[in-house]
Design a protein around this ligand. Structure first.
Ligand code: PLP
Length: 496
């Protein structure tokens, strides 16, 4: 055995065992009692700099002092995403199973850019994404275990990176196709003709992907259910082809961020296939629900997609970051940006997956460990239960809103998100939301739907119960009563 790594204070394994136990206890206490903390941090900008020295310590601090600073310095500035009173954005995953997996990943600390750089890192990722793909009933063409197939899955850091990677790969594929037809054609001239499409309600990361990849993006209008329809896309494609542009990429969203709407994949898929356009599916939040047979039909049409992505780090109990992406043809990714320096070569190249070709960075963590722990320690059945419980809590909240004629529900409640508004002006709704969040009792965010300001209530924490739904509704009603009694005092545009 090698000598223990030692230092003046921490960083030997004896200390680690002791401090590690203290940290595990702290984490368990934190999560057990998280409901007692205000979900939204109440600090002002710049609060933290005043609480710690201007320079890093020259000599090691004591563990006890570092540990004490968690409550003194860090926790006041934490927004508690796992509080049962947190109803903002979409959920972000958390579980002891995933935390344990990440601990091990941190300890192994490998950088799995190629198969040889840590074979388990690559192989576990391939297997867990096959498990996951089967849980979602993705077409066999997406699975790396499929006989003779070209498909496979990869863990990206975020859905944003997945969309970006899909768009960049689509761009390179189109350029290759166009230059194959006309070898003299300049690739920068081709690039200037490419067009991508998505819905007006796609996540901001889709528009950002178009900026990063320098491919123009058309944000197309949606129907009354906030969904992109095939005929709208077909019309846009025809318009662009008439201008000699090259339709290249479509990003369909299953479960949009403003209202959890579902673009019509079954209409859009055949159009993309006929036109030879790369079809990417962003199911960042909603994808987890597809593990439940009763929600799987929401993904119908995925058979025609070139790439599909969802975030186990959103709703599937896996801590950030773990965004699962599958492609039908891995050579589209691998071929997009091939570079091969000598120091990255190894003897098994070509026969194994080298994930460095599948995403933007070179380095990658052993993220499949936390996914594997979650899949094994919950099993599919408990993950399904988690989804079902949160959807049913969302419907409970919806029913409460419907009992009060001052409010309206503004989008179908399909999964764990309820979009509602006070029947009144945008200013009233913005004021109401601000006042509710100020109380520190619950935390929600607003959005725009049909150009109207709406309030989003997402069931996020695995700890949220029916009691918490009632608690949230009472907090909303109380602030509504106050607002409507007092009139609006703080409106920016003077609207009533
Ligand atoms: C539909 C959709 N796509 C993409 C994203 C971005 O996710 P990420 O933070 O993993 O990039 C979100 C985030 O909520 C989302 O709702």
């Amino acid at each position: 055995m090698r000598a223990q790594i030692t230092s003046v204070n921490m960083t030997n394994s004896v200390d680690f065992r002791q401090y590690g136990r203290e940290m595990v206890d702290y984490i368990a206490d934190y999560l057990d009692n998280i409901a007692d903390r205000p979900p939204l941090s109440q600090v002002e900008p710049g609060y933290l700099r005043k609480m710690i020295p201007d320079e890093a310590p020259i000599y090691p601090d004591k563990w006890q002092d570092v540990f004490a600073d968690i409550e003194r310095v860090i926790m006041p500035g934490v927004t508690h995403w796992h509080s049962p009173h947190f109803h903002s954005y979409f959920p972000t995953g958390n579980s002891y199973a995933a935390i344990l997996g990440d601990m091990l990943s941190d300890a192994i600390g490998c950088i799995g850019f190629s198969w040889i750089s840590s074979p388990a890192c690559t192989e576990l990722e391939m297997v867990t994404l096959d498990w996951l793909g089967k849980m979602l009933q993705l077409p066999d063409a997406f699975l790396s275990c499929a006989e003779g197939g070209q498909g496979g899955g990869v863990i990206q850091g975020t859905a944003s990176e997945s969309t970006c990677m899909a768009l960049l790969s689509a761009k390179m594929r189109t350029i290759r196709q166009e230059t194959a037809l006309q070898p003299d054609r300049d690739q920068y001239e081709i690039m200037s003709k490419l067009v991508a499409y998505t819905s007006e309600y796609a996540h901001s990361s889709v528009e950002r992907a178009s900026m990063i990849s320098s491919v123009r993006m058309r944000m197309l209008p949606c129907d009354e259910k906030h969904a992109l329809r095939g005929k709208t896309l077909a019309k846009a494609i025809q318009e662009d082809k008439a201008k000699r542009l090259i339709p290249t990429f479509v990003c369909v969203t299953l479960g949009t961020t403003p209202s959890c709407a579902f673009d019509n994949l079954e209409e859009i898929g055949p159009i993309c296939k006929d036109e030879g356009i790369w079809l990417h599916v962003d199911a960042a939040y909603a994808g987890t629900a597809f593990i439940c047979p009763e929600f799987r039909s929401l993904a119908d049409g995925v058979e025609l997609a070139d790439s599909f992505n969802f975030n186990p780090h959103k709703w599937m109990r896996v801590n950030f970051d773990c965004s699962a992406m599958w492609v039908r043809n891995k050579t589209d990714l691998e071929g997009a940006f091939q570079v091969d320096p000598t120091y990255l070569k190894h003897e098994h190249e070509g026969k194994v997956v080298d994930y460095r070709h599948w995403h933007i960075p070179l380095g990658r963590r052993f993220r499949s460990l936390k996914l594997w722990f979650v899949l094994r320690l919950f099993g599919v059945s408990q993950l399904q239960q988690h989804v079902r419980k949160q959807v049913s809590l969302a419907h409970e909240f919806e029913s409460l809103v419907r009992t009060d004629s001052r409010f309206e529900i503004v989008a179908d409640v399909v999964l764990g998100l309820v979009c509602f508004r006070l029947k009144g002006s945008d200013a009233q709704n913005e004021e109401l939301l601000q006042q509710i969040n100020k109380t520190g009792r619950i935390f929600m965010v607003g959005s725009h739907l049909n150009k109207q300001f709406i309030i989003r209530f997402a069931v996020c924490s695995d700890q949220t119960t029916s009691q918490d739904i009632t608690f949230a509704w009472n907090a909303i009603m109380q602030e509504t009563d106050t607002l409507l009694q007092n009139g609006i005092t703080n409106m920016s545009n003077g609207e009533k």
